[in-house]
Design a protein around this ligand. Sequence first.
Ligand code: 3HC
Length: 298
Amino acid sequence: MNIQSVGIIGSGTMGLGIAQVCAQAGVPTVVVKATPGDVEKPLLKLKGSLDKAVERGKMEATLRDTILNNLTLTDQESAVADCDLVLESIVEDMDIKKALFQRLEDICRPEAILATNTSALSVTAMMAVCKHRGRFAGLHFFNPAPVMSLVEVIHAFETSDDTLRSLNAFCKQIGKSPVSVQDTTGFIVNRLLTPYMLNAIRMLERGTGTIDTIDQAMMTGAGVPMGPFALADYIGLDVVMAMSQNIFDDVRESHHAPPHTLVRLVQLGYLGRKTGKGFFDYSVKPPISNPQLIHPVI
Ligand code: 3HC
């Protein structure tokens, strides 16, 4: 299938970022706000960031207008009924995702491709609740979606070759670099990146270094654009903890279990950039490492 229209369920950071990428490539894109609340809010957020990019000379005004013209925001799932591809980017909760796909099976045409942007849940487990399994796959984008070129195209147990071909072609059409991955927990990137961040947290707990020295060392010694703590805050500590828990539940190896400091921060609602505090405190500019973590409670 030649994918010519896209529906995205979820208007959070990833949902909006992926929608921007599709709309920017000229693909009509419907975004469905999955949680209750004002449907104008995500649209205003996106408009604000596009306007800022135009003001800074990083984006042509015509491209901003193309993006906005190709986007429709709604809170009605039925709005994706005619889309060729429907991708979910909602909360990392297997039961909620399964219930969504059961509804989408009734809403969408049988030939439409259904896909999940899950970070580390089983694509095959979601496929299991669907009747038309050949058209089901994983399509995993990275944050920030408009910048990161990789998309993991995940081959679940009964995904058809046609579906994989269509998704690979679609990724190229929207300017991304697809990589084929079998459905294993965390796929390629999160399976490597999650233990890296968990190891940095354990290193902090052991007192090997501080948040600042560990981040600096990785940036200047390993050439990564962000150190592991800045990256965890950027991804969201709730997401990092969910990835860790999902991988641990699957493989039962203790080094994949969420470390105490991560659990405590999530319990406190310190989820990183999105809440203003995580390993760093973003209420000050430039952000400083969170002083509450200087003596971590283990
Ligand atoms: N939307 C659009 N463009 C953005 C953006 C956004 N949200 N954030 C940054 N950019 C653009 C900037 O406009 C700039 O573009 P330019 O080069 O044309 O001027 C470019 O990206 C660089 O941005 P900045 O100069 O503002 O800042 P940095 O140089 O510090 O880069 C970063 C920011 C791109 C986020 C960089 O730090 C980075 O690559 N970090 C690592 C991100 C990463 O590893 N992501 C993967 C996380 S894992 C994941 O997503 C999987 C999930 O399942 C959890």
